[in-house]
Design a protein around this ligand. Sequence first.
Ligand code: PSV
Ligand code: MN
Length: 378
Amino acid sequence: MLRNDLKEKVKNFKVEIPSWGFSDSGTRFKVFHIPGAAKNIFERIEDAEQVEKYTKAVSAVAIHIPWDKVDDWKHLKKFAEDKGLKIGAVNPNLFQDEDYKFGSLTNLDEKKRSKAIDHVLECIDIMKSVDSKILSLWLPDGTDYPGQGDFAKRQELLIDSLKKIYSALEKDMTLLIEYKFFEPAFYHTDTADWGIAYALSKDLGDKAKVIIDLGHHAQGTNIEYIVSILSSRGKLGGFHFNSRKYADDDLTVGSVNLYELFLIFVELNKFFDLSSDKKPALVIDQSAAMKPKVQAMIQSVEALQIAYLKSLLVDVKSLKEAQLNNDIVMAEEIIKDAFLTDVRSILKEAREEMGLDPDALNAFRQSDYESIVAKKRG
Ligand code: PSV
Ligand code: MN
């Protein structure tokens, strides 16, 4: 692809950033305070505006309910729009209410199950108010010990609950089902992997798809292969991008697994034009507990832009030829050649052409935003 075409592609490549990525977070051992970390959705949107200001790569801000709950959704929508931002995916929270101790959408207690369903329905109402088209559902339900639950019964309850949720979706809304193999449950999880999420989305219908979180697989799982399988079956709905070394570490994108990230984009390009609107939801889901939040988000956006640019460099024609000839060595060299190409100057030029500082991270670091919010927010 020519340099100018690459620049156009990356200029039109947009990702969604998570409101929750701007607030204090941590592990089960400790939540450390980052000076100036956002404390409510308005401050989170102010931070998101900074990421957009320096990258022009933000399509929307994903929200999490009730963390981001406000009284006046229209006001929030306007607040975001005034900053050039949209509200993106709405994420229900089925993991922090006492009533969900033994399950939410799979709880044996009808009342508690209904409460969970109602919460998700409330999220669909919020989507209508903020004009969001994506309901992004992660289900923590599972069990800790053999014998604790009946797998099949729980699946039955889950499908039943999901059907109620699905029927409340409007025509142009999508339900994304997120899987994760363990945590908080340690013995079994009701939506443990892409196979279960795929089956559920098939049972529900066209408006249901699967979302892949890069931290939600066992070590060694070939995620790019999952990307291909789901895409070819029309069921890849989106991503939660982050990075990990061990489990669901929620580190900044590309920090540990750059080659994997690149290979995921190579697969995506076979099915989608990621510089267009017709693509899976590309959302960052990180917590970056130890890093200054806005800087961490700019790093992640940039990692995605770089992985995307590199993936566009794969010589598809030669690769096909090598595959036809069973020339494994050449096939691999073609892939590696793209990965090892330094594309940073292309991104810099693209930024300059968009009227931005070519070095987004440094430009933000030179600004006084962090010290201002540290004083203002306490
Ligand atoms: C669960 O680990 C998850 O990936 C889900 O997407 C949640 O919504 C998010 O993390 C909460 O941070
Ligand atoms: Mn996630």
